[in-house]
Ligand binder design. Structure first.
Ligand code: NDP
Ligand code: 2IT
Length: 447
């Protein structure tokens, strides 16, 4: 049940944003946590502050025409939702996936606003992307698409205005093509306009690893609260992209054994542990599939097409693929198999029912907006290096990332304690993120 002050706000969100289920879900989860805040501090419900937080500052939708390798004209739709700039320039990734529509980008931009606030860094929230499907496209096609997208998007960006990065389907290759086009259009080497750049052209060390590493740091800190660690633990990771790969890497460094990972076609399970060097070779260099990995491994690995990776028994689960990939049914299976901790590497991968089952089952649960904040935090470190024309070592940058993740963990834990829900990181993250954004918005007036 929503607080009676928040009920009409949510009703309005439903009415004004029809058909955007993921956006409704993300807003609902935050509003569910805010009842305790408006009860304790009624001023946060004044001045339509919460209504304003739920309404993006600007939503941009545009046509992206490009020519494929056979000379045919293709049309995609581009989006940028500039959600909230109270704390700094809009900051958040671009997602290229055929499922992308306005509701996807709005839910991600909304989540990003609170996530970015939690990092304590001066970044507002935004998100963008396209329904373009990079799978099976040549480098040249990807380049032409990225250039066309940036020709239109570029006018809305700037290092003090809006700073995109990668997300699903967008990695260093795409950031490179977009940065090149932005540089050409503006005739400026404005490094700080995009993050996730390559090391020779303004990128930061550790940005590639940051989301996965950060998620593992967060879960490690949660485990420490119960006197536990990754050492000797069995871990299941979903996805096999950027976040999944560097989650696996850090888990292995901490002595854990990752026994399964997946993509949208199926999962691979390997009791001895995933061979990360081979997985990287197949995913990062050959742009192959998890099935190719399983085939290359032979007898030790079992590939399960169309299966649910959460069937594999694990002590720790790290969903790192996409939204709503872990359902109530999956949560029941995981709890039955004795899962002790779940850390969301992806954005909103667990359905509301799954989240409820984990919390009720006393499973340590790290929500995405806290657990996966290491990516955007390291993007903010990249902006910092660009602004000072500096470049830090791997060790220094990773140290900063670890400190930031521990800070986020502790802020969420303390806030949960303060609001009488010890150990509830969902409540802690939503409230701590909200208060930071809300304080800035109050100070800046009705804008
Ligand atoms: P990638 O594109 O590198 O990898 C995505 C992975 O998830 C792939 O294995 C992909 O499989 C799988 N996947 C994507 N969509 C679906 C789907 N509809 N069903 C099943 N599997 C799917 O993306 P990232 O690793 O960067 O992103 C993963 C998640 O992490 C996303 O939720 C993203 O928003 C979040 N995130 C990313 C950050 C970053 O810095 N990159 C930062 C914070 C959060 P397939 O190849 O079959 O599509
Ligand atoms: O969801 C996310 O936090 C990201 N995709 C990273 C955003 C960023 O600006 O680095």
């Amino acid at each position: 049940m929503l607080d009676e002050k928040l009920e009409p706000i949510f009703a309005d969100v439903l009415r004004r944003n029809p058909g955007e289920d993921e956006f409704h879900q993300a807003v609902r989860e935050v509003l569910d946590s805010l009842g305790a805040v408006v009860a304790k501090h009624p001023h946060y419900a004044e001045g339509a502050l919460i209504e304003r937080i739920c309404e993006p500052e600007r939503q941009i939708i545009f046509r992206v025409p490009w020519v494929d390798d056979r000379g045919r004209v293709q049309i995609n739709r581009g989006f940028r939702v500039q959600f909230n700039s109270a704390l700094g320039p809009y900051k958040g990734g671009l997602r290229f996936h055929p499922s992308v529509y306005l509701g996807t980008i709005k839910f991600l931009g909304f989540e990003q606003t609170f996530k970015n606030a939690l990092t304590g860094m001066p970044i507002g929230g935004g998100k963008g992307g396209s329904d373009f499907d990079p799978k099976g496209r040549s480098d040249a096609e990807v380049m032409r698409f990225c250039q066309s997208l940036m020709t239109e998007l570029g006018r809305h960006l700037g290092e003090y205005t809006d700073v995109p990065a990668g997300d699903i389907g967008v990695g260093q290759r795409e950031i490179g093509y977009m940065f090149g086009q932005y540089k050409r259009i503006t005739n400026r080497y404005e490094s700080g306009v995009l993050t996730g750049k390559g090391l020779t052209w303004g990128g930061s060390r550790v940005r590639t690893e940051a989301t996965g590493y950060g998620a593992v740091y967060f879960v490690e800190r949660m485990l420490q609260q119960r006197g536990e660690s990754f050492d000797g633990r069995k871990v299941v990771v979903s996805g096999a992209g950027n976040v999944a790969i560097y989650t696996i890497e850090k888990v292995q460094q901490l002595g854990g054994r990752v026994v399964a990972c997946s993509d949208s076609n199926g999962y691979v399970v390997e009791e001895k542990g995933i061979d990360l060097a081979l997985l990287k070779e197949i995913k990062e260099r050959r742009r192959g599939r998890v099935a190719d990995y399983a085939k290359a491994r032979g007898a030790g690995a079992v590939y399960v097409p169309d299966g649910r990776v959460w069937e594999v028994p694990a002590d720790i689960a790290m969903p790192s693929a996409t939204q709503n990939e872990l359902t109530g049914q999956d949560a029941r299976t995981l709890v039955r198999n004795g899962v002790r901790a779940v850390g969301e590497g992806a954005n909103m991968p667990c359905t509301p029912e799954a989240v409820r089952l984990f919390i009720e089952g006393n499973v340590l649960f790290g929500p995405g907006k806290a657990t996966n904040a290491g990516g955007v935090a390291t993007s903010a470190l990249e902006m910092q290096q660009n602004a000072s024309r500096d470049s830090w070592s791997f060790e220094e940058t990773e140290e900063r990332l670890a400190t930031i993740m521990h800070g986020i963990h502790d802020r969420c834990a303390q806030t949960a304690d303060e609001y009488g829900a010890p150990g509830n990181y969902v409540l802690g993250a939503n409230i701590a993120g909200f208060i930071r954004v809300a304080e800035a918005m109050r100070a800046l007036g009705v804008v």
